[in-house]
Design a protein around this ligand. Sequence first.
Ligand SMILES: Nc1ncnc2c1ncn2[C@@H]1O[C@H](COP(=O)(O)OP(=O)(O)O)[C@@H](O)[C@H]1O
Ligand SMILES: [Mg+2]
Length: 277
Amino acid sequence: MPARRLGRHLVAQWTRARAALTATGPAVAVAAAPVGPVVALRDLRFRWRPDEPEVLALDQLQVARGEHLFIAGPSGSGKSTLLGLLAGVNVPQQGSVQVLGQALEGLDGAARDRFRARHIGYIFQMFNLIPYLSILDNVLLPCRFSARRRARARARSGRLVAEAHRLLAHLDLAAPDLLSRPVTALSVGQQQRVAAARALIGAPELLIADEPTSALDSDRRQAFLRLLFDECRASGSALIFVSHDTSLAGLFDRSLALGAVNQAGSATAAGRPAPAA
Ligand SMILES: Nc1ncnc2c1ncn2[C@@H]1O[C@H](COP(=O)(O)OP(=O)(O)O)[C@@H](O)[C@H]1O
Ligand SMILES: [Mg+2]
């Protein structure tokens, strides 16, 4: 969905429901996670426009529940495009992207938005914060759209606002004068951390992070990574983390060079033999 349409959609819903977020709810037990991979991608082909070359041609990719996967690749190699497909922001022209057993290409745009709000925390490369909303309200957004995320956030801290404060405090963003500020009044590094707290709230099963440390200095990067890994471990969330900073790869269970598996533009992709009958 284009960022502007996404923004309008989110703000309209948010305005109707602001009051519900401040209520205290009962702690809710979280059901045991079902089995099966978080992500199972097959025979994926994607191009941005019909007259443009393929950006991605991937035969398969699986990510296990709770796995921490690092994806590296040079600028323009299709990392953000891949993450957008994994989150159902876009759908491939061919192939399948299953998340938690759900084929995203089988859902319409609104259903994919609901699925994403419920199950996926996404730190966008450009943050995609809602400019009209404060830090706090940006962080609480996923709880507006997903009862599951609300329940999990309340189970953690009792109240949604308390959970937002807890995450923001870990990211050095809890000063009272900061919380009510519009996000447009923040530095790029502060916006990046707000985007991280928004992705983490309500413990989604899959956390997608697109170059999430690019605007952080080394102290803040350390604190950020600690929070990210602590939260993912505490909730058993899988993490797919994209960066061109390969020095981070050792922190992850597995790392993948996108260029090594992406056949788009290669002779193999162009002259792919027909599968044997
Ligand atoms: N929204 C878009 N519309 C059209 N082309 C795009 C769009 N986003 C990315 N691209 C193109 O897709 C290719 C891969 O881009 P991207 O996935 O952003 O790479 P990376 O994240 O690895 O830097 C580039 O050629 C880029 O120009
Ligand atoms: Mg990118």
